[in-house]
Design a protein around this ligand. Sequence first.
Ligand code: FAD
Length: 433
Amino acid sequence: MGDRADAVVVGAGVIGASVALELARGGRSVVVVDKGPAAGAGSTSSSSAIVRFSYSTVDSVLTAWEAAAMWRDWEQHLGAIDPDGLARFVRTGMLIFHTPGDNTARIERVWNDVGIAYELLDATELHHRFPGLDIGAYFPPKRIDDPAFMDDAATEMTAIFEPLSGFVDDPMLAARNAAFAARRHGAEFRFHEEVVGFELAGGRVSGVRLAGGATVHAPVVVNVAGPHSSRINRMAGVTGGMRIGHRPLRQEVFTVQAPVGLRLEDGFPATADLDLGQYIKPQVGGTWALGGTEPACDELHWVDDPDHFDEYPTVEQFEVATWRAARRAPEFGVPLRPVGLAALYDVSDDWVPLYDKSDLPGFFMACGTSGNQFKNAPMAGKYLAAIIDADAAGIDHDEQPVHVTGPLTGRSIDLGAFSRRREPSATSGTVMG
Ligand SMILES: Cc1cc2nc3c(=O)[nH]c(=O)nc-3n(C[C@H](O)[C@H](O)[C@H](O)COP(=O)(O)OP(=O)(O)OC[C@H]3O[C@@H](n4cnc5c(N)ncnc54)[C@H](O)[C@@H]3O)c2cc1C
């Protein structure tokens, strides 16, 4: 393909590879450039890859619901069988504890509207189904050095249970699968190539400049650089036209031995425990992944330079995560040695992603994915393709927001909900979205 293409995608994570797949499927010649060594090797490789539908806005719920059908039939979505194997959707269901001021009433309304089945579980039912859980309500979440951490529960909790959620067992493989499928439509992936600038011509973007001095010319450039995407937007000079900003946030996720009775193979679901401030993901092999839900008591660690951040999890956060787990599951054995990772989210001001054009003609973005968009990657690819097609047809997405019809529900999804110029979402302020 040489140094010219119809579109250049910056970043080969699960979302970049999905954008490349949909653009290539639509007949465009696509070059994907990534400074890393392989598809999915960026923040995608650290993802918990939970697939759930508990967002606070209807367009986000529809996006996740539609995308889940694609994960369930990944081979059909890709239209290809990757000889390296396919990522697999593992169904667990999702348990969401009710907490004061949470979004569960709103979520129920949207789920009723979309047709997502769920159950309301009272304390008796929670005891019955999950006898190994302590269902005491300890809200608000606390650090473990807070003397109130060990206070008795004020009352017992109730919850929503949604049976079709789960996780994708290998997020990096998922990105590689999407890249494989994109290649079958002619997309070219170039690794170890860093974008360091942009070419402009006639008031539009006309290509990317690479660190080695080479240029790839294209009338369409899509920024899907994950935690580096705010830097790329600054480089392109498009941040002035954005009402919603985004920046990297450091996160730690720990892997621990799950207590017997509360393992994946025991039927224990993924759990949003906003009462204690974390999520639990049961994993293949009898472990849990423990991640945070940004409770007010946990300091947020914003990162200025995504190339230089502490990549090692801290003992301090490990102790917080494991003591919270022990509070919820009395049989949980607090491990002695931290096992886990530290990685970056690319968090938008309102924790809703940016799938949009920009004020620079030809320059598009799929970023601000806020720790909650792995699951939506297959739809994000379709969204960017729809916005880019509309733009090519002379439609101004800012004035006339593009809609995409969900293949599963037939419902129209308003992509204006993911605009850089939107009013910040009032209902989303954490990774729950
Ligand atoms: C710890 C953690 C847990 C998460 N858990 C969940 C979850 O349970 N469920 C969920 O739905 N989502 C989750 N997410 C979010 C989800 O994983 C991300 O939204 C998604 O993986 C982002 O994919 P991406 O393709 O946009 O970015 P990335 O995978 O980060 O890819 C960006 C790519 O851009 C490349 N790049 C950067 N700068 C340049 C440059 N200048 N030139 C060329 N290439 C460049 C990088 O090398 C990288 O490969 C989680 C994220 C993290 C970090």
